[in-house]
Design a protein around this ligand. Structure first.
Ligand code: AQP
Length: 344
């Protein structure tokens, strides 16, 4: 039997080992527990294993309507919350996408090896265009091409993400293959490293938790706000009365217990819910307290970091400078492969 990849659980085949990983987060609103479980906490976990590059992707964030006056605050705030969650700039590279504008040149090159058909198949484009019907712009359409340049500029060969990004990552590999085929071996085929919590559902139980859908618990929410939000959250739809047995397998609250609660409590709920020994109200109360206990130290680190924004800005600048030299090196190679040289 082929060796299994510890991250993806899939066969390793003969692919090269992942050494450098890249992932990004948009400064489109307050970071929520879906981002925390699906991205940030996983990124922190991976720091000792890889050369980790994490980015606040502001160029991506301008593909939807936003307030330019608010953007500088949103960018810094996203980075600060990332640091509070454990993205220590001493141990990983943290930077802001627009501080390395060279990446957009690579995206232009990648546009020329990306088929329109492939972009038209992207479900995120379909979702975002239905969410933002007044502003279906070309940047929203070519978003995955810029994402490919984000990953391949520093030649990352692994990308930790939630399952909403798997199609984009497949396209990143296709772009690398096409480029390599047309112009010679240049880029790695970056592997998708799925997060242990690849899809956290929103409190509505209908859509993935998302900044823009208002179905989230923010990492900044106060304890009472968390208790209140959870108290009205969607559970097992077939459990109408307290005396009805529930089914944890289809309950969003139970899946959150899996991320925040201790093993023995998860086991107890799994058993007691099925026999109506515990009701949704008590189950939600337990979850709220466990969630608060995990989030509170992060909030307190965030408050410490907020008072020294220049330290964070310096860390972001030095992160950008490291990535800039990597991307410049890649672009030199790319221009040369493309024949874009004035000297012969
Ligand atoms: N609900 C989720 N469950 C698991 N992972 C998630 N991620 C986002 N939502 C969930 C992961 O978080 C990382 C950064 O996401 P992003 O901010 O760049 O963009 P997004 O996926 O579009 O997040 P939102 O909250 O849905 O933002 P808006 O509403 O602005 O579009 C990614 O790795 C993503 O997988």
């Amino acid at each position: 039997m082929a060796e299994q990849d510890t991250e993806t659980g899939k066969d390793k085949e003969s692919k090269p080992a992942v050494t450098r990983i890249y992932s990004g987060i948009q400064p489109t609103g307050e970071i929520h527990i879906g981002n925390y479980l699906g991205a940030l906490s996983n990124w922190v976990r991976l720091i000792p294993q890889y050369d980790c590059i994490y980015c606040v992707v502001d160029y991506h964030a301008i593909t939807i309507e936003y307030d330019p006056a608010e953007m500088p605050h949103a960018i810094l705030d996203t980075a600060l919350m990332g640091m509070a969650c454990g993205l220590d700039p001493e141990k990983c590279t943290l930077f802001v996408q627009s501080d390395v504008p060279e990446t957009t040149e690579l995206a232009w090159v990648f546009n020329t090896v990306t088929s329109m058909g492939a972009l038209e198949r992207m479900t995120q484009f379909k979702d975002k265009s239905s969410q933002h019907q007044q502003n279906i712009n070309a940047g929203l359409f070519t978003y995955p091409v810029l994402q490919a340049a984000d990953v391949l500029g520093p030649k990352a060969n692994g990308v930790p993400v939630g399952d909403d990004q798997s199609q984009h990552l497949e396209l990143t590999r296709e772009i690398a293959r096409r480029f390599n085929h047309q112009y010679g071996d240049t880029f790695p085929e970056a592997r998708t490293l799925y997060s242990p919590a690849p899809r956290i559902m929103g409190l509505d139980g209908q859509h993935k938790m998302s900044k823009s859908r208002g179905n989230d618990i923010s990492m900044k929410d106060e304890p009472d706000a968390i208790r209140k939000k959870l108290s009205t959250a969607f559970t097992d739809p077939d459990r109408k009365r307290r005396t009805d047995p529930g089914n944890p397998d289809v309950c969003n609250i139970f899946s959150l217990h899996n991320s925040f609660s201790p093993e023995d409590q998860i086991e107890m709920i799994n058993t007691e819910c099925r026999s109506a020994g515990i009701g949704c109200v008590d189950c939600k109360k337990m979850l709220a307290e466990n969630m608060i206990a995990e989030i509170e130290p992060i909030q307190s680190r965030y408050h410490d970091l907020v008072v020294h924004p220049d330290e964070a800005r310096d860390a972001l600048k030095s992160g950008a400078s490291r990535i800039k030299s990597m991307v410049i090196e890649t672009l030199d190679e790319v221009r040369s492969r493309l024949g874009l040289r004035t000297t012969v």
